[in-house]
Design a protein around this ligand. Structure first.
Ligand code: GUN
Length: 166
Protein backbone atom coordinates (compact mmCIF):
# COMPACT_ATOMS: atom_id res chain seq x y z
CA UNK A 1 0.00 0.00 0.00
CA UNK A 2 1.17 3.54 -0.72
CA UNK A 3 2.25 5.69 2.18
CA UNK A 4 0.21 8.69 3.26
CA UNK A 5 2.91 11.03 1.97
CA UNK A 6 2.93 9.33 -1.44
CA UNK A 7 -0.83 9.82 -1.76
CA UNK A 8 -0.62 13.47 -0.67
CA UNK A 9 2.05 14.07 -3.35
CA UNK A 10 0.36 12.05 -6.10
CA UNK A 11 -2.99 13.81 -5.60
CA UNK A 12 -1.27 17.17 -4.99
CA UNK A 13 -3.11 17.77 -1.71
CA UNK A 14 -2.49 20.84 0.46
CA UNK A 15 -3.14 21.40 4.19
CA UNK A 16 -6.71 22.36 5.08
CA UNK A 17 -7.38 24.85 7.94
CA UNK A 18 -9.68 22.30 9.67
CA UNK A 19 -6.90 19.64 9.64
CA UNK A 20 -6.10 17.12 6.91
CA UNK A 21 -5.21 17.75 3.27
CA UNK A 22 -7.33 18.61 0.26
CA UNK A 23 -7.49 19.62 -3.37
CA UNK A 24 -10.48 20.97 -5.22
CA UNK A 25 -11.19 18.66 -8.17
CA UNK A 26 -14.30 20.30 -9.58
CA UNK A 27 -15.83 23.76 -9.65
CA UNK A 28 -18.79 24.15 -12.01
CA UNK A 29 -18.45 26.89 -14.58
CA UNK A 30 -22.04 27.90 -13.95
CA UNK A 31 -22.87 30.37 -11.21
CA UNK A 32 -25.99 31.25 -9.28
CA UNK A 33 -26.48 34.94 -8.47
CA UNK A 34 -27.05 35.85 -4.81
CA UNK A 35 -30.68 36.74 -5.69
CA UNK A 36 -31.25 33.08 -6.61
CA UNK A 37 -29.80 31.75 -3.33
CA UNK A 38 -31.32 31.90 0.12
CA UNK A 39 -30.63 34.79 2.46
CA UNK A 40 -27.58 33.06 4.00
CA UNK A 41 -25.55 34.06 0.95
CA UNK A 42 -24.44 37.58 0.11
CA UNK A 43 -22.75 36.92 -3.25
CA UNK A 44 -22.88 34.51 -6.18
CA UNK A 45 -21.74 30.89 -5.89
CA UNK A 46 -20.76 28.23 -8.42
CA UNK A 47 -23.42 25.56 -8.81
CA UNK A 48 -21.24 22.92 -7.16
CA UNK A 49 -17.70 22.02 -6.09
CA UNK A 50 -15.92 18.84 -5.10
CA UNK A 51 -12.68 18.09 -3.23
CA UNK A 52 -10.45 15.18 -2.33
CA UNK A 53 -9.97 15.22 1.44
CA UNK A 54 -7.37 13.12 3.21
CA UNK A 55 -7.29 12.88 6.98
CA UNK A 56 -4.44 11.27 8.91
CA UNK A 57 -4.64 9.67 12.34
CA UNK A 58 -2.19 12.29 13.69
CA UNK A 59 -4.57 15.21 13.28
CA UNK A 60 -8.34 15.39 13.59
CA UNK A 61 -10.64 17.56 11.50
CA UNK A 62 -11.79 20.23 13.97
CA UNK A 63 -15.41 21.26 14.49
CA UNK A 64 -16.49 23.59 11.72
CA UNK A 65 -19.60 24.41 9.77
CA UNK A 66 -20.56 25.59 6.32
CA UNK A 67 -23.84 26.93 5.01
CA UNK A 68 -24.53 24.25 2.42
CA UNK A 69 -25.15 20.50 2.81
CA UNK A 70 -21.93 18.55 2.29
CA UNK A 71 -21.84 15.00 0.86
CA UNK A 72 -18.91 12.81 1.95
CA UNK A 73 -17.92 9.84 -0.22
CA UNK A 74 -15.55 7.17 1.07
CA UNK A 75 -12.68 6.24 -1.29
CA UNK A 76 -9.81 4.52 0.48
CA UNK A 77 -7.92 3.81 3.69
CA UNK A 78 -9.20 3.46 7.26
CA UNK A 79 -12.72 4.18 8.48
CA UNK A 80 -13.46 7.78 9.48
CA UNK A 81 -15.69 8.70 12.39
CA UNK A 82 -17.68 11.84 11.67
CA UNK A 83 -19.39 13.70 14.53
CA UNK A 84 -22.26 15.98 13.58
CA UNK A 85 -23.98 18.35 16.04
CA UNK A 86 -27.21 19.59 14.48
CA UNK A 87 -28.40 23.18 14.85
CA UNK A 88 -30.73 21.97 17.62
CA UNK A 89 -27.89 20.15 19.44
CA UNK A 90 -28.54 16.54 18.44
CA UNK A 91 -25.29 14.56 18.10
CA UNK A 92 -24.88 11.94 15.38
CA UNK A 93 -21.60 9.97 15.14
CA UNK A 94 -21.24 8.09 11.88
CA UNK A 95 -18.59 5.62 10.72
CA UNK A 96 -17.71 6.33 7.10
CA UNK A 97 -16.32 3.25 5.40
CA UNK A 98 -17.05 0.40 3.06
CA UNK A 99 -18.14 -2.27 5.54
CA UNK A 100 -21.89 -1.74 5.18
CA UNK A 101 -22.71 -4.96 7.09
CA UNK A 102 -20.83 -3.74 10.17
CA UNK A 103 -22.26 -0.30 10.81
CA UNK A 104 -20.27 1.68 8.26
CA UNK A 105 -21.68 3.83 5.51
CA UNK A 106 -19.85 4.86 2.29
CA UNK A 107 -21.80 8.11 1.77
CA UNK A 108 -22.87 10.65 4.38
CA UNK A 109 -24.82 13.90 4.15
CA UNK A 110 -23.84 16.65 6.59
CA UNK A 111 -26.75 19.11 6.79
CA UNK A 112 -25.80 22.75 6.19
CA UNK A 113 -25.45 24.77 9.39
CA UNK A 114 -24.53 21.78 11.57
CA UNK A 115 -21.14 21.58 13.30
CA UNK A 116 -18.95 18.64 12.31
CA UNK A 117 -15.58 17.11 13.11
CA UNK A 118 -13.85 13.89 12.09
CA UNK A 119 -11.09 11.48 13.06
CA UNK A 120 -9.48 8.44 11.48
CA UNK A 121 -10.59 5.36 13.43
CA UNK A 122 -7.25 3.44 13.31
CA UNK A 123 -3.75 4.39 14.47
CA UNK A 124 -0.99 5.19 11.96
CA UNK A 125 -3.34 5.42 9.02
CA UNK A 126 -5.26 7.82 6.81
CA UNK A 127 -8.64 8.01 5.10
CA UNK A 128 -9.32 9.41 1.65
CA UNK A 129 -12.79 10.77 0.96
CA UNK A 130 -14.49 13.16 -1.43
CA UNK A 131 -16.63 16.09 -0.25
CA UNK A 132 -19.18 17.63 -2.61
CA UNK A 133 -21.22 20.76 -1.96
CA UNK A 134 -23.88 22.74 -3.79
CA UNK A 135 -23.91 25.73 -3.98
CA UNK A 136 -20.16 25.60 -4.48
CA UNK A 137 -17.70 26.05 -1.63
CA UNK A 138 -16.48 29.50 -0.66
CA UNK A 139 -14.24 30.10 2.36
CA UNK A 140 -16.58 32.92 3.43
CA UNK A 141 -19.20 30.20 4.15
CA UNK A 142 -16.71 28.28 6.31
CA UNK A 143 -16.42 28.80 10.09
CA UNK A 144 -14.04 26.99 12.45
CA UNK A 145 -15.60 26.59 15.88
CA UNK A 146 -14.50 28.66 18.85
CA UNK A 147 -14.22 26.12 21.69
CA UNK A 148 -15.70 28.30 24.45
CA UNK A 149 -18.58 29.54 22.35
CA UNK A 150 -19.50 26.07 21.09
CA UNK A 151 -19.39 24.59 24.61
CA UNK A 152 -21.63 27.36 25.92
CA UNK A 153 -24.12 26.65 23.11
CA UNK A 154 -24.01 22.85 23.55
CA UNK A 155 -22.78 22.09 27.12
CA UNK A 156 -24.12 18.52 26.82
CA UNK A 157 -21.34 17.85 24.26
CA UNK A 158 -18.48 19.52 26.17
CA UNK A 159 -16.13 16.50 26.17
CA UNK A 160 -16.49 15.93 22.45
CA UNK A 161 -16.10 19.64 21.65
CA UNK A 162 -12.94 19.83 23.81
CA UNK A 163 -11.50 16.83 21.96
CA UNK A 164 -12.22 18.23 18.50
CA UNK A 165 -11.32 21.92 18.84
CA UNK A 166 -7.83 23.46 19.00
N1 GUN B 1 -12.98 23.51 -0.52
C1 GUN B 1 -12.11 23.95 0.39
N2 GUN B 1 -12.44 23.50 1.60
C2 GUN B 1 -13.53 22.74 1.46
C3 GUN B 1 -14.31 22.01 2.36
O1 GUN B 1 -14.07 21.95 3.56
N3 GUN B 1 -15.37 21.35 1.84
C4 GUN B 1 -15.65 21.41 0.51
N4 GUN B 1 -16.70 20.73 0.08
N5 GUN B 1 -14.93 22.10 -0.34
C5 GUN B 1 -13.87 22.75 0.13
Amino acid sequence: MSTTQEIIEKLDLKPHPEGGFFRETYRSKGEIAAAGLNSNYYSSRNYSTCIYFLLTSEKFSAFHRIKQDEIWHFYDGATIELHIISESGVLDSIKIGRDIFNGQTPQVIVPGGSWFAAEVSSKDSHSLVGCTVAPGFDFSDFELADRTRLISEFPQHEDLIRKFTR
